[in-house]
Design a protein around this ligand. Sequence first.
Ligand code: MG
Length: 160
Amino acid sequence: MKIRVGLGFDVHPLESGRDFFLGGIKLPSEKGAVGHSDADVLIHAICDALLGAANLRDIGFHFSNTDERWKGKDSKYFLKEVTTMLAAKGWKIENVDCTVVLEKPKINPHIEEMKNVLAPLMNVEVDDVSIKATTNERLGYVGREEGANAYAVALISRII
Ligand code: MG
């Protein structure tokens, strides 16, 4: 068996009056993330972790932010597509572990729902998806509530 690990990182600006999609759900929030697609910073980090583990480039390579097809696109589509790309190469997703960094809103009450939404898109058990949350202790752009960061690692395996 071959196993590989991958790392993903993403950032999106936050602006007032925008919908905030995170982890595949819409969060109640005064501010929302800005981007070409639905700007789901957590799903984008997970996609990059999975693509990195399989050495399949990155999310921007496959879903360019200048392509009209992806304007306002639900990022759950990207995660499902990435899972399909990995499966086509024989890769099985073992687990993903993520950290979202933002000041507001608090996401802990929504983590179970996010895990339940994301796990089937990756063909894994809910227990194979870990989502953690932290603030940036009011430091920098995240601390000023101008943006959100997300980090993810993924482990994948393949029978050689
Ligand atoms: Mg992104």
